[in-house]
Design a protein around this ligand. Sequence first.
Ligand code: ADP
Length: 263
Amino acid sequence: MGKLNGKTAIITGAANGIGKATAAVFAEEGAEVVCADVNENDLLDTVSSINNNNGQAASVKLDVSSESSVQEFAEHMKSNYGTIDILFNNAGVDQEGGKLHEYPVELFDQIMSVDLRGTFLVSKYIIPLMLEEGGAIINVSSMSGLAADLNRSGYNAAKGGITNMTKAMAIDYGRNKIRANALAPGTIETPLIDDLAGSQEQESGRQFREAQKWVTPMGRLGDPREMATVALFLASDDSSFVTGETILADGGLMAYTWPGKML
Ligand code: ADP
């Protein structure tokens, strides 16, 4: 008996990284998963590997930053599934943009529009499908939503917004049996790291990964499945009295005040 038997779960940003791993783990636990992403090619991989593994998965193209795309998606979900039990808001983008006075306005707008406004839009249009029976929402924030990074004010603003908007959701829907929590990953080995710093094959990517390992008490980057299992806790009845919370899963990175002491 899986922890999510009989549940229908939406995973946004399911084509890669944390979303892909979470779709797989939710399906292993018995959920029927709807995998949504702008990247249709990679999304097919996510869905076929779940279905080949005796899971139940479907793919839907979705641009979380477009209100009309989200509305169309919600209509599709309503007519094909009726009610939704779990929403994992994970679609996101990230890029360095320089110090705030140098930071391109277009980049700020793009990150806010996918990461923060996208989480708002998908929740706004999917929550009506949860109101009757209740459900669980998990928003992917970040350690960068709890503290800040150099040259990433847009991402810090968007992820900080997600952390607090999660509390707003918890308050708005507590009486409707909808719980809303956030997951705050540390540095996880996903394509987002490639976008941010470069791939493992590039010098910049290698240096970034080495620095992250050095400042992380556990001495390594996280694996997407290690985020998926925290998401599973938040999605399942194991966390039935947890709402409005953000769970940090960062290998201890934010536990100390002075990384220099690691030496
Ligand atoms: P991480 O797993 O670390 O959060 P990834 O870059 O691996 O980061 O995954 C983010 C996912 O979000 C990708 O699959 C990407 O295609 C998806 N995504 C990015 N922008 C959008 C968008 N506007 N709508 C839907 N999905 C998006």
